[in-house]
Design a protein around this ligand. Structure first.
Ligand code: NAD
Ligand code: GLY
Length: 361
């Protein structure tokens, strides 16, 4: 079921509803798309040197032609710059350029740029609007949608943040052609996640179509991004602030965050850690008698098919270190570790874990 043309998905949040617009080769149309949104003339484009060198001029030209007076702000490329120091740098640039309450921030980049820009938008002058222009697969299927914004603290990743929804998500799938293969694979971990948590048919599609998807066949690419965004939009629309259902999006992430912390964010990309986490959490589900062993094997095989790690390497991390690191997770309640476990392909449930779950993981 390849898709083509332009697609619009709405995140339904009452007055704060917004569209996700998917298309290929659509970056030059961004400026006109912003015109009806009623922003002040003065806006800011936030990016990093890597992405800006590839797509910055196209976006800047489009915004300028549409009548916007654009302040360009670049921060260095890397997760280590998603912090309060660089947030303050951005605030300074916004103040110097006299951006106002009615101004808008445009985030051009992957999840790092999207998260820090969203956080600046949430807090600058008590909140201004922003637009997400995601350029990695992970950002197009996950981080640009749903309004989780934030930065890292030396004591924990994404520990400082706010829920702040964008006014528009503008995803041009053609930019994924320049994405390094390892980054594409990392984004596929989140795509696989959607299949496991909510859509068995989608999971089967990912199994069947791994060849063309890995070759970035346009129709297949559009389909996986569309379906992922539909699932994320549905979940966020039902539970914006993660009081319940939204936690399903954290499948694989409880263990992933611990693995990232224990390997100092150097060994694995976020998506790779999520793949490890999904396989490990599926294994816990099998040990608890919640999931058929064959389904665990299918999840591992699908991760491997997209060149992702399919489990924790032997001896890399001890059970005790893993447990200690997980106690820092935002989902910990009364010092008990909670995780989303699959109970079949397409269905998950939140469970409280005990130390024995991690034995010989
Ligand atoms: P990233 O933003 O670091 O981008 C990965 C690399 O790809 C960077 O070097 C970037 O410059 C480069 N790049 C981006 N687009 C490119 C393109 N089209 N061509 C070539 N290179 C390109 O990483 P990411 O995986 O996009 O995002 C990870 C971040 O997202 C983490 O900070 C994570 O915490 C966050 N995240 C947030 C949410 C959320 O809901 N807010 C969800 C998942 C992840
Ligand atoms: N990436 C998890 C969420 O947005 O809730």
């Amino acid at each position: 079921m390849p898709e083509s043309g332009k697609i619009e998905i709405t995140v339904q949040l009452g007055k704060r509803s917004y569209p996700i617009r998917l298309g290929s080769g659509t970056l030059p149309e961004l400026g006109p798309a912003l015109q009806p949104l009623g922003f002040e003339k003065r806006i800011a484009l936030i990016s990093n040197p890597t992405v800006y060198a590839l797509y910055g001029q196209t976006v800047l030209d489009s915004l300028t032609r549409a009548g916007f007076d654009v302040t360009l702000i670049k921060i260095p490329d890397g997760e280590e710059y998603k912090n309060l120091l660089w947030t303050e740098f951005i605030y300074g640039e916004l103040l110097k350029a006299r951006l106002e309450r009615g101004s808008c921030l445009v985030a051009l980049g992957g999840g790092v740029i999207g998260d820090i820009t969203g956080f600046c938008a949430a807090t600058y002058m008590r909140g201004i609007r922003f637009v997400q222009v995601p350029t990695t697969l992970l950002a197009q299927v996950d981080s640009s949608v749903g309004g989780k914004t934030g930065v890292n603290h030396p004591l924990g990743k994404n520990m400082i943040g706010a829920f702040w929804q964008p006014s528009l998500v503008w995803a041009d799938t053609s930019v994924l052609n320049s994405l390094p293969a390892r980054e594409f694979a990392a984004g596929m971990a989140e795509v696989i996640k959607y299949g496991v948590i909510r859509d068995k048919t989608f999971f089967e599609y990912l199994e069947k179509e791994s060849g063309p998807i890995k070759k970035l066949a346009p129709g297949n690419l559009m389909h996986i991004i569309k379906r992922s965004c539909e699932i994320k939009a549905e979940v966020v629309g039902l539970d914006e602030r993660e009081s319940g259902l939204r936690a399903v999006l954290n499948y694989g992430h409880t263990i992933a965050h611990a693995v990232e912390t224990l390997t100092n964010y150097k060994k694995y990309l976020h998506g790779e850690a999520v793949a490890i986490g999904m396989c490990a959490e599926a294994k816990i589900a099998v040990k608890r008698g919640l999931l058929a062993a064959a389904d665990h094997e299918r999840i591992k095989a699908l991760a491997a098919a997209y060149d992702l790690p399919a489990g924790l390497p032997d001896g890399l991390i001890s059970d005790q270190d893993l447990i200690q690191a997980m106690l820092m997770d935002k989902k910990v309640q009364s010092a008990r570790i909670r995780a989303v476990l699959p109970v079949g392909i397409g269905e998950v449930r939140m469970e409280t874990l005990s130390d024995s779950d991690f034995y010989k993981l």
